[in-house]
Design a protein. Structure first.
Ligand code: GLV
Length: 309
């Protein structure tokens, strides 16, 4: 039996697998190195990151594979239909990263509303000349309306925080009255998965529906936002600010984003707390061990799969 991970993990995967299957070979690299250099020819289980594109060409190299444990809640990096057709289980890491991601969404919302990156840059530049009545005026969140796109686990966790801040919460899922949320909200925060229906959900037209005082926050997937029109809207002052934790072509960042005014940038760190990342890795190990033990894992994504024996 062979278990392969594309990345180092904050748990001892090898020890956990060998405790159940003493003869198992477990390969965990020092750091993420991608899939290309991995020998998957006799791999029974694969632990991967959202950076790893798992498609039919990868499955063709892995004829014995029984489970792919994606160390993320989102799985748009995986061709789920190909896995299901091949009888391979796909697991993800829901719940354990919900609060961490909601906290980051809130941090970005506040950073954008209060222009924290501009303030920090001013202090560091040595150009700050002292307190001014009109300096770096931002937006107060109390009494404002938060529009959540994707009222799943993370959207609901953001909503709970917003209510604590005295915000009103409205929401829509893709296909519902998304336009109405964009038109009414003072802050729009994206918490939907990336699917054909949510690709470029935030486009020029929807940005045009937003209030000039509104803020956009994206901690979901980069491709939910069409970055070009966002840069144009921010540059023209058609919305107040935006904050992005995710990008269309990670890790490439469109050069226009780096110089765009009123844009807070973070390097896809929604779930980046020690607590969340450790539990995410543990869920991957749990999924691998369940499938290799002939059980259906609790966090199975392709529930219709008929698992390989
Ligand atoms: C991170 O983006 C995740 O989907 O877990």
């Amino acid at each position: 039996m062979r278990v392969v991970s594309t990345s180092s993990l904050p748990i001892d995967l090898a020890a956990q697998v060998r405790a159940r299957f003493p003869a198992a070979r477990v390969e965990v690299p020092e750091q993420w190195g991608g899939l290309a250099r991995l020998d998957l020819s006799d791999a029974d289980a694969l632990v991967c990151l959202l950076l790893d594109r798992i498609d039919a060409s990868v499955l063709a190299r892995a004829p014995r594979l029984r489970v792919v444990a994606n160390c993320a809640v989102g799985y748009d990096n995986v061709d789920m239909a190909a896995l299901t057709a091949a009888g391979i289980a796909l697991t993800n890491t829901p719940d354990v990263l919900t609060e961490a991601t909601a906290e980051l969404a809130f941090a970005l919302m506040m950073a954008a509303a209060r222009r924290l990156p501009e303030g920090e840059a001013l202090v560091r530049s040595g150009q700050w000349e002292g307190w001014r009545l009109d300096q770096l005026l931002g937006v107060q969140l109390l009494g404002k309306t938060l529009g959540i796109i994707g009222m799943g686990r993370i959207g609901q966790a953001v909503a709970r925080r917003a209510r604590g801040f005295g915000m009103h919460v409205i929401h829509a899922d893709a296909g519902e009255d998304v336009d109405g949320v964009f038109a009414r909200a003072d802050v729009v925060s994206l918490h939907c998965p990336l699917t054909p229906a949510t690709r470029h959900l935030v486009d020029a037209r929807r940005l045009g529906l937003m209030k000039p005082t509104a803020i956009l926050v994206n901690t979901a997937r980069g491709a939910c936002v069409d970055e070009g029109p966002l840069v144009e809207a921010l540059t023209a002052g058609r919305i107040f600010a935006a904050a992005l934790d995710v990008f269309e072509r990670e890790p490439e960042i469109d050069a226009r984003l780096k110089t765009c005014p009123r844009l807070v940038l973070a390097p896809h760190i929604g779930s980046a707390t020690t607590e969340a990342r450790t539990q995410m890795a543990q869920l991957c190990a749990d999924g691998v061990l369940a499938v290799l033990s002939g059980q259906r894992p609790g966090n199975l994504v392709n529930t219709e799969v008929v698992l390989r024996g």
